[in-house]
Design a protein around this ligand. Structure first.
Ligand code: ZN
Length: 245
């Protein structure tokens, strides 16, 4: 059903969706998972005359199904909307999975294959890969992204990613996570490309006095002394440390 009895389209306008995401901290109001759907809580969609952000909540597919089948009451959701889970803990979360081998990192113009520490900054790993603890299970990827001001926006610990609920916007579409630090200011676009590559398509990140700018197949790194390195179509394969700054 594309429209309800009152002629309201099922498509929620992008601006309303963003308001709901910002209020709920980018994850399910009940459990905090970052893979979400938009649910008209009260009134339900069939009775709604407008897309009122105050009547819409973020729910993950799991919690959404429990509410739709009435295993959980609407009051459960309304209560959670008063104090969304991601606002309580400070992040929305979910998991990556790398069962098909050692994860690779495409960091703008730099492809890092089979590196234990794909990138280190100031002698400390920025990204790190651990082999599976049990054969056949997933490799474990860790790392973090900061925004152009140096604030942590996305942290990954042993495949669990946590998107900062204080970011301006975090939007997940298919396998892509987009983080904006202000209106029309994208700071990170990260896509999981099966079978095992994390692709940083876009990045504007400041860390330890360095500025990393990625766009498609390009990576620019600006150093504290003003020097600059640029990388296009570069590959590191099988190194303990892929890139060191
Ligand atoms: Zn949930």
């Amino acid at each position: 059903m594309a429209y309800n009895f009152y002629g309201l389209s099922r498509d929620i306008p992008a601006e309303i969706k963003r308001q709901v995401r910002q209020r709920d901290g980018f994850g399910c109001v009940i459990c905090g998972l970052g893979i979400i759907q938009y649910e008209h809580v009260d009134p339900e969609f069939k009775d709604a005359r407008q897309h009122d952000p105050n009547a819409i909540a973020l729910l993950c597919p799991h919690c959404h199904a429990k509410v739709t089948t009435r295993m959980w009451s609407k009051d459960r959701v309304k209560q959670a909307m008063q104090s969304p889970r991601c606002r309580q803990v400070g992040y929305a979360r979910d998991f990556f999975d790398f069962v098909n081998g050692h994860p690779s990192l495409q960091f703008g113009g730099m492809l890092l294959h089979n590196c234990t520490t794909p990138i280190e900054v100031g002698g400390r790993p920025l990204f790190q890969v651990k082999p599976p603890e049990i054969q056949g299970e997933s490799f474990l990827f860790s790392g973090l992204f900061t925004d152009s001001k140096g604030a942590v926006s996305l942290q990954i610990k042993d495949n669990e990613w946590r998107a900062n609920a204080a970011s301006w916007d975090v939007e997940i579409k298919g396998p892509t996570i987009t983080v904006r630090e202000a209106h029309r200011t994208v700071h990170l676009v990260l896509t999981v490309a099966q079978p095992n590559t994390i692709v940083v398509e876009k990045l504007d990140m400041t860390l330890g006095g360095l500025r990393f700018e990625a766009n498609g197949n390009f990576l620019g790194v600006t150093f504290p002394n003003g020097g600059r390195s640029e990388f296009t179509s570069c590959i590191a394969d099988g190194a303990a440390v892929g890139m060191s700054f």
